[in-house]
Design a protein around this ligand. Structure first.
Ligand SMILES: Nc1ncnc2c1ncn2[C@@H]1O[C@H](COP(=O)(O)OP(=O)(O)OP(=O)(O)O)[C@@H](O)[C@H]1O
Length: 209
């Protein structure tokens, strides 16, 4: 489903960050662990095409990301990939539901309020549906970003520290929700994190150094 080959990245004036080769099969749930600064977010941004590949190759479902134009890459991401960002971007004046409706609209999917409700309920956010983002706690915002990533039913979910800002209870809830969604949809799930709590739940993992 997803493979990388000799992938590395260098920010302007930065050191080259080299990544081990990945080979992740469809439907797999995979954890990539590593300390702060080792390159987890960089890897996730490369895998989602938000950063262009400089060296090496990333293939997702037979598509080599380097061969796509920027526009095709955006379309590819919209159709196949749900990204949960470490620092989600929201429009403070929009409600939770409006964010999800916008995500559906941008992916050219039907705006489906029922689907939104069914996503928000297990994330404990149904009562916050009409609240503006500025009225939510950090943990609630994190869970909204999970809902935004899942609302278009991606076949590949890439999550950057989805549990880092959450207490044990909510971290478990978000991890369970991601696994449950991925299992039901036979989606591939890749989580990058420094959160060692997740290790016990994900037998397949790789530690970056
Ligand atoms: N835009 C940038 N320009 C220059 N260097 C950067 C940039 N973004 C990240 N870096 C550097 O690249 C390295 C990897 O950063 P990255 O954010 O991928 O690490 P990380 O493992 O996700 O860290 P954290 O767990 O703290 O979020 C770090 O040394 C960081 O300082």
């Amino acid at each position: 489903m997803l493979t990388t080959h000799q992938l590395s990245y260098q920010y302007t004036k930065g050191n080259t960050i080299a990544f081990p080769d990945l080979s992740i099969v469809e439907g797999e749930h995979f954890l990539i662990l590593g300390q702060s600064g080792c390159g987890k977010t960089t890897l996730l941004h490369l895998l989602s095409g938000l950063l262009r590949t400089q060296k090496g190759a990333i293939t997702i479902d037979g598509t080599n990301l380097s061969e796509l134009s920027s526009k095709s890459l955006d379309t590819f991401r919209g159709q196949y990939i749900g990204v949960i960002f470490q620092k989600p971007h929201f429009v403070k004046s929009l409600s939770v539901e409006e964010h999800l409706l916008t995500a559906q609209y941008l992916a050219q999917k039907p705006q489906d309020r029922q689907k939104i409700k069914s996503l928000l309920a297990p994330l404990n956010l149904l009562s916050k549906k009409d609240k503006k983002i500025s009225q939510l706690s950090e943990g609630e915002k994190q869970r909204v970003s999970v809902a935004m990533a899942l609302v278009n039913e991606p076949k590949l979910i890439l999550a950057d520290e989805p549990t880092a800002s959450l207490d044990d209870y909510h971290a478990q809830e978000v991890a369970d929700m991601l696994e449950e969604y991925a299992s039901k949809a036979n989606a591939t799930l890749i989580i990058v994190t420094h959160d060692q709590r997740l290790k016990k739940q994900f037998p397949k993992y790789l530690e970056l150094s």
